[in-house]
Design a protein around this ligand. Structure first.
Ligand code: NAD
Length: 489
């Protein structure tokens, strides 16, 4: 029995959730759900298509017109708070399911994914309970003011890397503003979304407000959702190429779009940086969640005077990482999401070696682990800016390291990408930090830290990394129709 298999317990069969009921597909079709850490089938997933999307949109439309769109803010806030509480109450169960589905360490699901997912419901419950509006008395007898209305039925199309966390970051503000929802979880990770439907019902969501349709993307459930004439907005997180498809599907009905897409994030280390802090954080920012986080730094630029020392210390720390069974408490890196992705990541490593890169740490399958989609945390040096692995998103535990001489040169290198999601800058010279941060083409730039963000600030990418901003009021703006009323009285 492969390590971690004892956590699989009973087979789990994921059904759609439409109009407040768990249902199978009209066609009766299902696909297997595989635990990437053991390669074992842990259950089945109903394979939805256009028929299920049509039913789910119809249920969402009815629930919207049937009262959710005019429900009180206070009622919605109370339901959201209960959803957050129930997620925390079932944290152990949800964390176990998330790790079974994704292959990520249980310690990570339990400390980050699930609590942060719960946090979204609490946060947006509080935000809608306290938010105000704009009102301008223009002159005697004239008032301009602003109101927010829900948009209608929303389609949320989700990725597999942080399944419940990223779904909740969209769902909480979407429900908060009075929209009803059809969710299409990633085909690789159906488990926590399926349980969330039950949690929503228990928290008091009326039937039809939250619907979940499982299935594939292109040519299937995802595309049917993006095309559906009654879906007014699509919030999507996933690859930039998929974003292009969805934009085309949504164009027919001019849907409102929020896109959180891929990244190839630079991590810039100047010679005056606190090297202990840089090494500590870079191990995390490179390999957390097997490198399957859109915000992971994947191109590390180090000023040449400290390049050798950085590389030696970074490689030593990387080689110490425990890779393996996600359910062991000391595991720092688990398995990649699927066989396809595992092979794709290994192909990139092979290609990097062919393009002249030298493997400084990792480079293949960890020794002694025969089953599961595991790849060692891998550091590659000696590549030029034109190499494919430096240009394309790998979305795995692989980083490239490059030496630079001057501030000007590193800004140019960091911006030499079609992506623009995030960046990190490490320096003790705060004038330089301001200067460089201003010129980096990214939606989110960290200085001397990583992954720290106040939920009120906007989040999103520039260039091919996304369209629009989420977070705090930015999310509420996206999930509402803002109307201006000018009244003469
Ligand atoms: P993906 O684009 O392959 O799939 C995402 C979702 O889209 C899945 O639910 C899939 O079924 C669906 N889909 C695929 N094709 C579709 C189509 N034609 N129409 C409608 N739906 C379709 O992405 P992924 O592999 O699940 O996730 C990894 C990617 O997500 C990486 O590129 C990563 O950088 C990105 N990501 C970005 C952010 C961010 O905030 N910017 C966060 C997490 C992940």
């Amino acid at each position: 029995m492969p390590a971690g298999a004892e956590r699989e317990t009973e087979a789990i069969h994921c059904l759609h959730f439409i109009g407040g009921q768990y249902v199978g597909s009209e066609s009766g079709r299902v696909f297997d759900n595989v635990n990437p850490a053991t390669e074992r089938v842990i259950g089945t997933v109903a394979e939805g298509g256009k028929a299920e999307i049509d039913k789910a949109v119809e249920a969402a439309r009815k629930a919207y017109d049937g009262g959710w769109k005019t429900s009180k803010f206070s009622e919605r806030a109370a339901i959201l708070r209960r959803m957050g509480d129930l997620i925390l109450a079932r944290q152990d169960e949800l964390a176990r399911l998330e790790s079974l589905d994704t292959g990520k360490p249980l310690s990570l699901s339990a400390s980050v994914d699930i609590p942060r997912a719960a946090g979204s419901y609490h946060y947006f419950a509080n935000l809608i309970s306290t938010m105000g509006t704009e009102a301008y008395p223009m002159e005697a007898g004239a008032l301009n003011y602003v109101i927010r209305k829900p948009v209608g039925v929303a389609g949320l199309i989700c990725p597999w890397n942080l399944p419940l966390l990223l779904l909740s970051a969209k769902l909480a503000p979407c429900l908060a503003m009075g929209n009803t929802v059809v969710v299409k979880p990633a085909e690789w990770t159906p488990l926590t979304a399926t349980l969330l439907a039950e949690i929503g019902k228990e928290a008091g969501l009326p039937d039809g407000v939250l619907n979940i349709v499982h299935g594939y993307g292109g040519g299937s459930a995802g595309e049917a959702l993006a095309e559906h004439p009654d879906v007014r907005l699509i919030a999507f997180t996933g690859e930039s190429g998929t974003g292009r498809h969805i934009m085309r599907s949504a164009a027919g009905h001019l849907k409102r779009l929020s896109f959180e897409l891929g990244g190839k994030n630079p991590n810039i280390v100047f010679a005056d940086a606190d090297l202990d802090a840089v090494v500590d954080t870079t191990v995390r920012s490179s390999f957390i969640n097997q490198g399957e986080v859109c915000l992971c730094g994947s191109r590390i630029y180090v000023q040449s005077s400290i390049y050798a020392e950085f590389l030696e210390r970074f490689a030593a720390r990387t080689k110490e990482m425990t890779v393996g069974d996600p359910f062991q408490p000391d595991t720092r890196m688990g398995a990649l999401i699927s066989k396809e992705h595992y092979e794709r990541v290994l192909d990139y490593i092979r290609l990097a070696a062919e393009e002249g890169g030298s493997i400084v740490a990792g480079g293949g399958r960890p020794q002694g682990i025969d089953t599961g989609y595991y790849v060692e945390p891998t550091i590659i040096a000696g590549l030029t800016a034109s190499c494919r692995i430096v240009r394309e998103e790998v979305f795995g535990p692989v980083v490239t390291v490059h030496a630079f001489e001057s501030e000007e040169e590193v800004i140019e290198q960091a911006n030499d990408t079609r992506y623009g999601l995030s960046a990190s800058i490490w320096t003790r010279d705060m004038s330089r930090a301001f200067r460089v941060a201003e010129r980096i083409e990214a939606g989110l730039t960290w200085v001397n830290t990583w992954f720290l963000r106040d939920p009120r600030t906007p989040y999103g990418g520039v260039k091919d990394s996304g369209i629009g901003r989420q977070g705090g009021m930015y999310s509420l703006d996206f999930y509402s129709d803002i109307s201006t009323i000018c009244m003469k009285y």
